[in-house]
Design a protein around this ligand. Structure first.
Ligand code: PLP
Length: 491
């Protein structure tokens, strides 16, 4: 071989389609400096033999690298690495040899709060098990009226250019705010006017805004233990100190919180369905919490994320509706009732805080996107939302019954699961026969996105459990999933 030609000892292809792999491999060698500017490449035939791939794959990869300016051809001489590298550091970052250094530098440069967030992210692995059966937090995706939504979308789109854009204020699209305010007054017993509604991109943004407006570095925030990791991330990212409060079947233990954290500035809780255990905050505890908040100028962040998935009776009145001192920030979300990725929610804000929240929202992202808001406003005001909720509630109740029965039938010795009045996941307590980590390993191998209870705990839980989301699957899929797990366990 020509001694001027670059050599490639032990060259390994990257994962993916062959021509893509070849392209990426050579590009990486150029960007990380292993293939120097001006060096001559072997012929396509030599590459093809050296790497045992087709010549077409090589030619296609080389052509792309030439088009993108990494390589040049010199007539009658061959192909060379250009002396000018076209891409900036963004691409370099995505390539493995540099990744480590960049990560180290990235960790050094970020703020202490970001480091805390990273630790929470690493400890809770929020994306583990996504896209698998029985993952939690997903509603009845199969029952969503996609066609109707499509028709409403078409209608809204046809009128789009005639819409009054000014109606989409930083607080949200006015007709949607009116539709929501009416809906929550009638179904959730809230006391509010349209002016108190702020449209957000889900509860996660709602918590961040609340923290920005109401908390200072070092303020204490009480959170259920076990509790919502999204809240842990949002509040610690603003420098708050999280104070865990034990929870049981009646939700957060308010007297424990008052006794242990008397200086708390905020309590975050989900009274109608404690996350993740599912308890409903008893009336006595609700009243005690409201009184504590009023006496101490403390805020209550009421996360009402699952209130509409209630099966045995009417939804329980929200804390906000019982509050006479404007201490409750109420958050509702459409993430569960609509479809994953929908990501619209709302806050009901005490009157005297509306202006501050509006400003915080404005500087966060100016406002929430117009199109989804307009469709949702129509969906609610024409009564489709209420109908959808009724349908979903009925189906979820049935799906919960089916998963409990399947567990009792196929995994009686290993898991104990009780029906719950509400929610879209069940808590599966493990008998001493199997550890939580081993159970999660079996679940993943059976294609199940179950979540370990410990993910939501700041201290080791007394009893181990996994959570199974059931709402997104038909009864037969549920039975199949539980059977698949049972079969894995006997292997
Ligand atoms: C406890 C809890 N609150 C709220 C939400 C909804 O969050 P978002 O509206 O950001 O999707 C979730 C989602 O899984 C949740 O588990």
């Amino acid at each position: 071989m020509d001694k001027n030609v670059a050599s490639f000892p032990g060259l390994l292809l990257k994962a993916g389609k062959i021509k893509e792999q070849f392209y990426l491999t050579i590009k990486e060698l150029i960007l990380n400096g292993q293939l120097k500017a001006g060096s001559k490449l072997p012929s396509s035939r030599t590459f093809s033999e050296m790497m045992s791939i087709s010549r077409n794959s090589v030619l296609s990869g080389l052509e792309r690298l030439i088009d993108e300016g990494y390589l040049i051809t010199k007539k009658g001489s061959g192909t060379y690495v250009t002396s000018f590298i076209p891409d900036d550091g963004i691409q370099i970052q995505s390539l493995s040899p540099h990744k480590k250094n960049n990560n180290e530098q990235g960790t050094r440069d970020i703020t202490p709060n970001m480091k805390i967030m990273k630790n929470i992210w690493d400890a809770t692995s929020p994306h583990a098990g996504n896209n698998m059966k029985f993952n939690i937090g997903i509603g009845c995706t199969d029952l969503f009226p996609y066609e109707l939504w499509g028709r409403l979308l078409g209608r809204v789109w046809r009128q789009f250019r005639h819409q009054d854009w000014k109606l989409n204020e930083p607080l949200g699209y006015k007709p949607l705010r009116s539709a929501i305010s009416e809906y929550v007054r009638t179904t959730r017993g809230l006391h509010c006017t349209d002016e108190q509604i702020l449209i957000v991109n889900g509860t996660q943004q709602a918590m961040n805004l609340a923290a920005q407006v109401l908390l200072q570095k070092g303020d204490e925030v009480c959170l259920d233990e076990p509790g919502y990791d999204g809240a842990l991330g949002a509040f610690t990212s603003m420098g708050a100190k999280i104070r865990p409060v034990i929870s049981d079947n009646n939700g957060m233990d308010i007297s424990y919180a008052m006794q242990h954290w008397p200086e708390a500035k905020m309590v975050f809780t989900s009274p109608s369905h404690q996350f993740p255990l599912g308890g409903t905050l008893s009336l006595a505890r609700r009243m005690a919490l409201l009184e504590w908040a009023a006496d101490n100028n403390m805020w209550i962040f009421e996360d009402d994320y699952n209130s509409e998935f209630r099966y045995t009776a009417q939804p329980i009145q929200a804390l906000q509706g019982l509050d006479r001192h404007q201490r409750v920030i109420y958050a509702g979300t459409f993430s569960k009732m609509m479809f994953p990725g929908f990501h619209l929610g709302f806050l009901v804000i005490p009157e005297n805080l509306v202006e501050s929240f509006k400003i915080a929202k404005y500087y966060a992202d100016s406002r929430t996107s117009f199109l989804e808001q307009t469709i949702l406003a129509t969906f609610i005001s024409e009564g489709h939302y209420a109908r959808h909720v009724r349908r979903v509630r009925k189906a979820c109740h049935e799906r919960q019954r089916v998963i409990i029965e399947a567990i009792q039938r196929y995994l009686p010795e290993i898991i104990c699961a009780e029906p719950s009045d509400s929610g879209i996941h069940i808590v599966c307590w493990l008998s001493g026969k199997m550890s939580e980590s081993l159970m999660i390993e079996h679940c993943r191998k059976a294609g199940l996105g179950a979540q370990p209870l410990s993910r939501y705990c700041q201290t080791k839980p007394e009893k181990e459990a996994i959570l199974l989301g059931f709402a997104a699957h038909s009864p037969s899929e549920i039975v199949e999933g539980i059977k698949a797990l049972a079969q894995r366990l006997v292997q």
